[in-house]
Write a protein of this length. Sequence first.
Length: 410
Amino acid sequence: MKVRLKGDAICTLFLVVALGSLLYSQLEHLAPAGNKELTHRKPSVTQRIFSDLKAPGRPMPVEATVPRPQIIPMVRRAEVANNRVQTTTSPPLTDSTFNFKRYLLNKDNRNFNLLINQPKKCRKIPGGPFLLIAIKSVVEDFDRREIVRKTWGREGLVNGQQIQRVFLLGTPKNRTVLATWETLIHQESQAYRDILLWDFMDTFFNLTLKEIHFLNWAAEFCSNVKFIFKGDADVFVNVENIVDFLERHDPTEDLFVGDIIYNARPIRVQKSKYYIPETMYGLSIYPAYAGGGGFLLSSRTMRKLSRACKEVELFPIDDVFLGMCLQRINLKPILHEGFKTFGIVKPSAAPHLQTFDPCFYKDLMVVHSLKVAEIWLMWNLLHSPRLSCTQKKQVKKPFQWKKKVQTATR
Ligand SMILES: *[C@@H]1O[C@H](CO)[C@@H](O)[C@H](O)[C@H]1NC(C)=O
Ligand SMILES: *[C@@H]1O[C@H](CO)[C@@H](O)[C@H](O)[C@H]1NC(C)=O
């Protein structure tokens, strides 16, 4: 768990980070022996992979936590948003022409019908499911849902615990892209019984509606669940690790775990996808919130959040909105290092490096931004009987991915 940052600690951290990245940028010019220095500097994830690749077979001195400068994730997130559209010179995304006035006017319109339900999803499991996996998807992303169903999102037993799955959908904003969408979704629902469809337009700024409606659905139709994982369809989730982690927690107590972002500032740059004017949010810092790529919550927390979110005004960034609900119930979200909801960032100085090492993913819980084929491949590599990552299999030991000594096996 992270220690909260104090003012001067932040300064020190920035220095450490700056020094780290400086050393890192020099790394290509260093002889392999030089890596030692680098690994002494509390390496970032990429640096760890990097040094691992540079010196295969060498035990990695993985040091415990460096509290990272907590403002960075939000900035990085905005950068990611900008990078995606930098190929064109036009302002980023149609979403950035977001009409705040209209949003504010329509803010009270927050109850939409459930068009497709799975009322027995949880009720049919005696004693309730151990884990409900709830995945945000859009109708058009049929292939993503298929791959999630076949890999980490499988229903059934994991370490003896029952896993159930639902996809969370709104109506497509551009219906000409997939004229057959209604037939598709009804067919999918018949075939897999894992579709929840609400009658609001599935847009980025309506993800908050998805959050609210899902929590209400879970409180009504899945109150017997023990834990919930909620995340995106473009993540890789190591469900075994998650189950292992959750087995050491009590579903009747509060629990909210993920890649928590502290002290993020609202972005006041109008061009940004995450731009929020002061009229909408006047404070200078957001409450702590979890990156939307994936997080875990207990049954108790789900019920509390479902009630609390009803009393929080709609806010167009869904993960920040949930942070506001958490604040309302006075629950501190817990940061876990196994959640990489900003992906494993490839060093721009060395784009040829491979970060696709199953032994690395073996120790994580959630990794964001994977392609469909990568999800399939990673799942298969991880479940291959030939995979050997020298370290002992963790069975009942507390989940501590940082403590291990890894050797590359390629
Ligand atoms: C919907 O998608 C089609 C095909 O991609 C495109 O030609 C059309 O302009 C889009 N319509 C809107 C309103 O975005
Ligand atoms: C959210 O969905 C509603 C209902 O479909 C729609 O009227 C509204 O324009 C959407 N809002 C945004 C910001 O996309």
